[in-house]
Ligand binder design. Structure first.
Ligand code: IPE
Ligand code: IPE
Ligand code: MG
Length: 242
């Protein structure tokens, strides 16, 4: 029998491989990004069905601005479009949407749309869906450090109070379940500046499936793999076996 502990509470996904998926079909890269939206939908559906509490999706990294301007443009338009078309459905399905990342580089209209969607879904309980946009793991650590420095400077906090707990409380995913499982599609075995702080004890799962091919069955394979692992958190196997 599978204990409830074997279902990850918080799963993050690096949604990689859209460009290659399109190329394989003789299409332009952005065709792959559009196809990837279906995988986002099915991942959310699967996460809700499975009782996963938090799903964090890497949609756009702080380094992705270095791509050709027309690809960046299409990604931004797609983000706006999807926000508009999906938020009602997310709300109906009791999903709480949060966008994490440095929003200062997004245009005002997009930021307004993000804030409205977050406000609308703020009370939902079935799943927290974090979309990481203009997100970088190093940015997250630095912005937490800056918040703490400001608090020490203003006298609200003493530097001696800076510890792992208070630091964590200032990171983008604070207040949510610890990250249990990181999935990366697209065949690369790297983290690409995603959740650096949060990855400390996460299980890593790499699949060659390209993001538009990442179906509910593929997600199920990742969760099954996770469930079969023994997480020791520094202890011995004997200590962990009950
Ligand atoms: C991931 O797919 C989507 C984003 C980074 C926005 P890619 O666009 O990186 O696809 P590949 O890796 O080039 O195939
Ligand atoms: C990581 O994919 C970012 C997202 C999936 C949003 P990349 O395709 O940008 O990563 P690298 O460049 O291969 O490391
Ligand atoms: Mg890529």
């Amino acid at each position: 029998m599978m204990s409830s502990q074997s279902i990850p509470r918080h799963v993050a996904i690096i949604m990689d491989g859209n460009g290659r998926w399109a190329k394989q079909r003789g299409k332009i890269r952005t065709f792959g990004h559009k196809a990837g939206v279906d995988s986002v939908r099915s991942s959310v559906t699967y996460a809700r069905k499975k009782g996963i509490q938090v799903l964090t999706l890497f949609a756009f990294s702080s380094e992705n601005w270095n791509r050709p301007a027309d690809e960046v443009g299409v990604l931004m338009e797609l983000f706006k479009l999807v926000l508009k078309s999906e938020v009602k459905r997310l709300h109906k399905n009791d999903v709480r949407l949060k966008v994490v990342g440095d929003l200062s580089r997004f245009d005002e209209k997009l930021v307004t749309r993000i804030r409205e969607a977050e406000a609308m879904t703020a009370g939902n309980q079935s799943l927290v869906l974090n979309i990481a946009a203009n997100y970088g793991g190093r940015w997250d650590i630095v912005q937490a450090a800056r918040q703490l420095a400001d608090k020490v400077k203003s006298g609200e906090m003493d530097s001696a109070q800076i510890d792992e707990t208070s630091f964590d409380a200032h990171t983008s995913l604070s207040g949510l379940a610890d990250l249990d499982l990181l999935i990366r599609t697209g065949g690369e075995s790297r983290v690409s500046n995603f959740l650096l702080w949060q990855l400390a004890y996460a299980e890593l799962y790499f699949t060659s499936a390209l993001w538009p091919d990442f179906t509910e069955q593929e997600f199920e394979l990742a969760v099954a793999d996770f469930s079969a692992r023994q997480r020791r958190f520094g202890k011995t196997g004997e200590q962990v076996e009950v």
